[in-house]
Design a protein around this ligand. Structure first.
Ligand code: WT7
Length: 639
């Protein structure tokens, strides 16, 4: 099997602590070098940005980063108000205080406010402001269907017209400022259109990933009681058709039984997946998008809102069964997502940006819709599955649209790595200039593959650490500024003060490892858990009083780089040794015959906990006792 051989060779070469000279050569001829001949450990494995990249970068050096970082920490009010007033439109400026906060439960309720009293609108800043600045005919959205050969585009002015029509429709059915709208849509252009339309009229969208079950959808509907639910009849995912409307129907019955009935279910007819005649229908409640929305005017007034008015709710799982409704507000979120997008991807007006995340997750909120659109970027939306019809689809899309920034998750990187280099190298990919990773720690061997094979050893990787709760990037490389260490998210973004504490909440200095917390607030921070401020305080601010607790473990190396080790709720304690599941997983996937791994702790009578690993062998390899022993040995050696 040729795929397997490719992988085998590559991973093996790449996962050793000291990269073989061939790997060094591959990188250094493109002016990125591995310092030293044989790094003693991951910490010493350094990849420098190329001079060509740094020269054109927004933040071209470590010195420049340090200067800006220092300014942001010494004077957060000045730093953020400077950006907020020069790069955004405010109907009215905020009051005397740029921000006010209490992050210490011992001093009363937790409170975070940024730009309070400032009056603005996020949709206006994404669309009208950019159009006024000359971007009317710039492509805002490229849409690529699940089926190769079907696509669509919208310019900024066309997008604004679509958004206004929906905004006008929503107002006509009684949606007002502060009302919730639940959105259960796949990656159609109608999804960002819906988010922007809600924001335009001050409604609070709650996008539910259209892969969640009807029970999960119902649970969210019951929690936020929307006026309207917006969905589509069906979607194709790879070769499969998913009947979304059936799931919504079931959820609406379920929520009605729990006392919450929804009057309007606006349904987009996704003709490529299912004709309307075949869609189950409830007269009076259900209404076809195409029958009503296009009849409304293509311009609409903006609902001017306070910076601290809610923008959206997004549910995320907690340690209990009930999902947490993470609430983000308007002004701070706007300033923060736009600024992090710009710097972490070294954004240029000519970029074509593709983030593979679905808008049903925070990544799709902050870095498909809001961050890029606030920058007037050209955004690619892909409806389908990344390996459909074959594992080369991503690179086919990259070449088709000349994508310059490609942002994805380590799990996709590893899965494509498993399918073999051939699917990548048959495409040019020469438009790419920046790569991004998010969602979990990226193990060094996947990093290397992403860097060398996908990016042709030319594109820096922004390994962005953040959370639904943080709104935007917290720890991330600024490509061009810092030497990178594969597997490390590097340094904090402007205004962010990460601290590592021990179990007593004592801040650790220098080289250390412990619980990752954040000192002081930042504009993009979530303000509460919807309807449960107490849970907000208990989960995030009580564990280590005075700090926001992230739930992640982290170590800082001798050079100050941050290494995320995974959720501390996923930490395993084996005979008193703390082991991050991510560390073990990373070790397992570095094994040439292991493609994916997931590790959990199991109760062990002698050791407290033992390690249980679920592994997927690479194509062509089947499970055997020999493989098991070899995997265990790899973990022993590396952890
Ligand atoms: C958790 C947050 C933020 C968007 C996607 C996930 C893990 C996220 C990284 C990264 C190491 C990461 C953390 C975090 N995580 N990005 N670059 N390196 N870990 O959002 O569902 O809110 O999950 O994802 O454990 O706490 P989320």
């Amino acid at each position: 099997n040729h795929n397997h051989n490719h992988n085998h060779h590559f991973r093996h070469a790449d996962s050793t602590a000291s990269p073989p000279s061939s790997a060094v050569a591959k990188i250094s001829h493109l002016k990125a070098v591995v310092l030293g001949d044989a790094p003693a450990s991951e910490e010493d494995d350094v990849v420098l940005p190329s001079h060509d990249f740094s020269r054109q970068a927004l933040v071209p050096s470590q010195q420049k980063y340090l200067e800006m970082y220092k300014a942001s920490i010494e004077n957060p009010a000045g730093f953020w108000s400077g950006i907020a007033s020069s790069e955004f439109y405010w109907k009215q400026r905020w009051g005397d205080q740029v921000y006010s906060e209490n992050l210490d439960v011992r001093r009363g309720n937790i409170k975070i406010e940024w730009f309070k009293g400032g009056i603005t609108n996020v949709c206006y800043n994404c669309l009208d402001r950019n159009i006024d600045a000359g971007l009317a005919d710039k492509i805002a959205l490229y849409w690529e269907s699940n089926e190769p050969g079907f696509d669509a585009t919208l310019t900024y002015s066309q997008l604004l017209q679509r958004v206004c029509q929906l905004a006008n429709y929503l107002k006509s059915v009684g949606v007002r400022k502060g009302d919730a709208v639940v959105v259960y849509l796949p990656m159609l252009m109608e999804l960002p259109i819906t988010m922007l339309a809600c924001s335009r009229i001050g409604a609070v969208h709650s996008v539910v990933f259209a892969g969640f079950s009807s029970e999960s959808l119902a649970q969210r509907i019951v929690d936020c009681k929307p006026k309207v639910v917006i969905t589509c009849n069906a979607v194709k995912r790879g070769p499969k058709t998913v009947f979304l409307k059936d799931i919504v129907d079931a959820a609406l019955i379920d929520s009605a039984n729990k006392g919450i009935s929804v009057d309007v279910c606006l349904t987009y007819e996704n003709q490529l997946a299912l004709k309307r005649e075949k869609t189950k229908w409830k007269e009076g409640r259900d209404i076809w998008w195409e029958d009503v929305v296009p009849k409304y005017p293509t311009s609409s007034d903006v609902e001017w809102v306070d910076a601290e008015d809610p923008l959206f709710l997004l549910y995320t799982s907690g340690s209990t069964g009930k999902p947490k409704g993470v609430l983000h507000t308007t002004g701070g979120y706007m300033v923060y997502t736009a600024t992090t997008f710009k710097y972490a991807f070294d954004y240029k007006d000519s970029d074509v940006y593709w983030c593979t995340a679905d808008c049903g997750w925070i990544t799709g909120h902050s870095y498909v819709t809001y961050g890029p659109m606030l920058n007037g970027a050209t955004v690619l939306l892909y409806e389908g599955a990344p390996s459909y019809p074959d594992p080369g689809r991503c690179w086919d899309i990259v070449d088709k649209y000349k994508v310059t920034i490609f942002y994805t998750a380590p799990t996709l990187v590893r899965s494509l790595m498993r399918d073999g280099d051939e699917y990548v190298t048959r495409y040019s990919r020469k438009s790419l200039r920046v790569l991004g990773s998010v969602g979990e720690p990226i193990n060094p061997s996947a990093w290397r593959w992403f860097f060398n094979v996908v990016g042709g050893s030319r594109c820096p990787i922004s390994d962005t650490w953040w959370q639904t709760e943080t709104g935007g990037f917290m720890i991330t490389p600024l490509p061009g500024a810092w030497p990178q260490k594969p597997g490390s998210a590097t340094f904090p973004f402007f205004g962010i003060q990460p601290v590592i504490v021990d179990e007593k909440g004592v801040e650790l200095g220098g080289e250390c490892s412990g619980y990752l917390c954040v000192k002081s607030s930042w504009p993009g921070a979530f303000r509460t858990l919807y309807g449960d401020h107490e849970r907000y305080e208990t989960t995030y601010f009580k564990p280590f009083p005075g700090y926001y607790f992230t739930g992640d473990g982290c170590s800082r190396d001798k050079d100050g780089y941050h290494w995320l080790t995974g959720r501390v709720d996923d930490v395993i304690n084996v005979s008193g040794h703390r082991i991050g599941t991510a560390e073990v997983e990373s070790a397992l996937v570095s094994h040439p015959q292991c493609a994916e791994a997931a590790v959990v702790g199991v109760e062990h009578q002698v050791k407290g906990q033992g390690i249980y690993a679920f592994v997927t062998p690479v194509e062509g390899i089947s499970y055997s006792d020999e493989l098991r022993k070899s995997l265990i040995l790899t973990v022993r050696t590396q952890v």
